[in-house]
Design a protein around this ligand. Structure first.
Ligand code: MCN
Length: 796
């Protein structure tokens, strides 16, 4: 089956899952309440750094309704550091110190929110009351909060066995940057920062475990993005066979990255259920989520670009520090994403990139939507803007002069990507994407438009930036497709789903191959009893990796259907077509047989099945790409800035993107809208504020500003489709792309808006909140309060 031949792939099919979600019938972990369940509250450290001298849990243990209080001393063999989930790639000269957390603190506290004790009680209320009775005597240490000083010789050490807070050091280079710099007509150097944020899923994490001693089986409901790997780790840690442990990730109210992590609670809750012989439930609260769930961002860059007079990039150099928080269980995924994504759709003949990962006394950093890619895009796009300004070129023109042409694929950048493969772009539409965005935003006529829009006293500006995103990385995913006797089609795959629309887009792939409607395909994701091989939902890989496994399984089932139908109808398989849930003879649709009837035939109760024939209309397939496929796009926006308050309103937001073959344009647009909303939060609003003692001072949605619907404008989307050359469906990922270039686009547009009233103002730090922008304006020599654009007659 090819894209062109499909009815459903590419169609705007309404989401199969929406009826359940919108009528409140979808099951989330919070909804799971096994009879007799006990409830957990954790006692967590308020201090980010210190030594636990004494923990007195006796009053809590004696509290009525408390069934158990567990501390590190009670854990026995479970008390060992968690796994390093992603090892670093084999890079030359690599330094990497893996440090992971114990499930409960034994002595050393390294970040706020580390769990000291677990209270299990009749209800959450009782557990919370008992948690108040725990007395923790903690010797406070000086916390390492400032990333810029974390690697100083005199910085307090977070892991005593290491000589410094250095977690890793990586250098990758190509060409000869120093030589390129020497020949350049213009070299620009800047310091950039990109601060921390949270994932911000509406559903916090939750785990419910029920040990059934009679059946000798453990069932666990978990909000994880990786149910199969988590099942495997938990089974091994508890000394159980994987077949005894079932993990179910039902509907999950947003993952956005942090739920790919393996957390202590995922082992502690099942373990407690076994210890107590009762189901045990824990649902994270919002305050805990700010500390106990992983975060992202936090990088400081010193970057420079060397360009020729005509705007050609001769080379880029970027030295940065990445904040890993107190531990580094997720290896180097984020900083390597930054390092590689910086190169974008551009020819960069000479590149030198070096990063150090620092431990700090802050919550752990793991991927959040974009996973460090936005940092790389921000640095590169900002450097290009500065270079354009320095050369007197239009920002669009400098990009035009550097983008990789459509005849240059596959394009090898000569450095290594996070999937351990060389950074190669399989295909893309960089020129076309840029031009389409320029056209849609009206870039050429914008100066005239600016005069008109500025009439209300605000200043307006436009931004246009590009990105390339590594998506769809391996190692593999699988799928099993079964046609049932009633004609229903069942699809089981290992990736979990957190709102991405898999119940529909995956069904569309099956529907095309075997001639049914997507609504006839019952999709099961994230239940290890249905499918137990796979890795998880991350790196925008569902459509590529699971999608192509589904495609392969569907083609195998199609072959089986055709074979059985040809026998039943006594025709050649080539004379058959599959449509409307039946196999029918081409040109003679009355000669047909239902898929359900064929499924019954394929599973006989008597007679003899031919040797080598598998029963049923079922197939299982796997797909593993050789390396990640690269999606690309261009974002353009128009902003209006109030020069007095520094408030920015986004007037238009345009996304031109290319994720190869689009399975479902409506779902893809939804993914882009969500991504852009996240990006707007990152660019403008969201910032974790750490006080002098290392505590987070805005750990609530009252103080940590997520963008709301009034902050997110309508988003105009244009789809380009350059099929990937790395998979049969030609798909590339899209789940993160919307979030990646927003900060860069935002910065360019805001600077453009302010060009007359604060010429030369540079936005180098993200988030660029209204407060920060106001400070920038106030510090600008030409700005004075009440500056107005010339057209409103009040320019300063
Ligand atoms: N799709 C498509 N055609 C394509 C590519 C994708 O129709 N060419 C569809 C897919 O079939 C799927 C959706 O778009 O229904 C996203 O696909 P993909 O880009 O493959 O991403 P994943 O399925 O791997 O989802 C993970 C990705 C990531 S890494 C984060 S973070 C993220 C995201 O998806 N978290 C999300 N989108 C999210 N959306 C919601 N609602 N909630 C989250 O937590």
């Amino acid at each position: 089956m090819s894209r062109a031949g499909g009815t459903w792939v590419g169609a705007r099919v309404p989401r199969n899952e929406d009826a359940r979600l919108l009528t409140g019938r979808a099951q989330f972990v919070e909804d799971v309440e096994p009879p007799g369940a006990l409830h957990v509250a954790f006692v967590r450290s308020d201090l980010p750094a210190g030594r636990l001298r004494r923990l007195d849990v006796e009053s809590a243990r004696a509290h009525p309704g408390v069934h158990a209080v567990f501390t590190a001393d009670d854990l026995g063999p479970l008390l060992r550091p968690g796994a390093v989930l992603v090892p670093p790639p084999p890079l030359e000269g690599l330094v990497f110190h893996a440090r992971t957390a114990l499930p409960l603190v034994r002595d050393r506290i390294r970040h706020q929110g580390e769990a000291l004790a677990m209270i299990v009680a009749e209800s959450r209320y009782v557990a919370e009351d008992a948690a108040q009775l725990v007395e923790a005597d903690i010797e406070p240490f000086d916390p390492v909060v400032d990333l810029g000083r974390a690697l100083d010789d005199d910085a307090p050490r977070i892991h005593d066995d290491l000589p410094s807070n250095l977690a890793a050091h990586v250098r990758q280079a190509k060409g000869d940057y120093a030589a390129a710099r020497a020949q350049a007509d213009l070299v620009l150097e800047r310091r950039f920062s990109y601060d921390r944020g949270i994932g911000g899923a509406i559903e916090n994490r939750a785990v419910v475990a029920a040990w059934d001693a009679r059946a000798d089986r453990l069932e666990v409901w978990d909000t994880t993005q990786a149910p199969i790997p988590v099942r495997n780790v938990v089974a091994a840690a508890l000394g159980l066979s994987e077949s005894q442990v079932r993990f179910i990730a039902p509907f999950v109210g947003g993952g956005f990255g942090p739920k790919i992590m393996f957390y202590p609670e995922e082992i502690l809750i099942p373990w407690a259920s076994i210890q107590l012989g009762r189901p045990v439930k824990w649902v994270e609260d919002r305050y805990e989520n700010f500390f106990a769930t992983t975060q992202e961002r936090g990088q400081l860059h010193e970057a420079e670009i060397a360009v020729a007079r005509d705007g050609r990039i001769l080379g880029v150099r970027d030295i940065f520090i990445h904040d890993s928080g107190a531990y580094d269980p997720y290896g180097l995924t984020i900083p390597i994403n930054t390092q590689c994504t910086l190169l974008g759709p551009y020819r960069v003949p000479n590149y030198e990139s070096e990063f150090r990962v620092a431990f700090t006394n802050k919550p752990i950093v793991t991927p959040v939507r974009g996973a460090g890619r936005q940092h790389g895009v921000f640095i590169m796009e900002r450097l290009l803007d500065l270079a354009a300004r320095g050369l007197g070129l239009d920002p669009v023109e400098i990009r035009r002069r550097n983008v990789i042409g459509s005849d240059e694929f596959p394009y090898n950048h000569g450095i290594m990507y996070q999937d351990f493969a060389p950074l190669r772009y399989d295909s893309g539409s960089y020129e076309a994407s840029l031009e389409e965005a320029v056209r849609l935003v009206g870039h050429e006529t914008f100066p005239r438009e600016r005069e008109r829009v500025q009439a209300d006293g605000r200043v307006v500006g436009v931004g246009v930036v590009n990105y390339v995103e590594g998506t769809g990385i391996g190692p593999y995913e699988g799928a099993r497709i079964t046609v049932e006797p009633g004609g229903t089609v069942r699809l089981a795959t290992g990736v979990g789903t957190q709102g991405q629309g898999h119940f529909t887009s995956f069904a569309q792939i099956v529907a095309d191959a075997i001639g049914v409607k997507p609504s006839d395909v019952r999709v099961v994701t994230g239940d290890t009893s249905d499918f137990h091989w796979g890795t998880g939902t991350f790196a925008s890989r569902g459509a590529v990796v699971a999608g192509n496994a589904i495609h392969a399984a569907a083609l195998s089932v199609r072959e089986k259907i055709l074979k059985h139908a040809a026998e039943a109808l006594e025709v050649d398989p080539d004379d058959l077509e599959l449509a409307e849930g039946a196999a029918r003879v081409r040109g003679a649709p009355d000669l047909s047989v239902d898929l359900g009837a064929l499924a019954v035939n394929a599973n006989p109760l008597r007679g003899a099945v031919e040797p080598g024939t598998e029963p049923g209309l079922e197939a299982t397939s796997y797909f593993g790409p050789p390396y990640g496929t690269t999606a690309n796009g261009t974002h353009a926006l128009v902003v209006a800035v109030d020069p007095e308050t520094a408030m920015v309103e986004i007037l238009r937001y345009i996304v031109v993107h290319d994720c190869g073959t689009v399975i479902n344009p409506t779902i893809v647009e939804g993914q882009i809208h969500g991504g852009v909303a996240a990006g707007i939060g990152n660019a403008f609003y969201e910032e974790l504020v750490f006080d002098e003692f290392g505590g987070t001072s805005n750990a609530s949605f009252m103080d940590y500003l997520l963008p709301t619907s009034t902050d997110v404008p309508p988003i105009e989307t244009a789809h380009l489709e350059t099929p990937s050359t790395l998979n049969p469906l030609g798909t590339k990922g899209v789940g993160e792309g919307g979030a990646i270039p927003v900060a860069a686009a935002f910065a360019q547009a805001v600077e453009d808006a302010l060009a007359d009233i604060a010429p030369g103002l540079e936005i180098l730090d993200i988030p660029c909140s209204p407060g920060r922008l106001f400070e920038l304006l106030r510090a600008h020599p030409k700005w004075c309060a009440g500056s107005r654009p010339a057209s409103s007659g009040g320019a300063s």
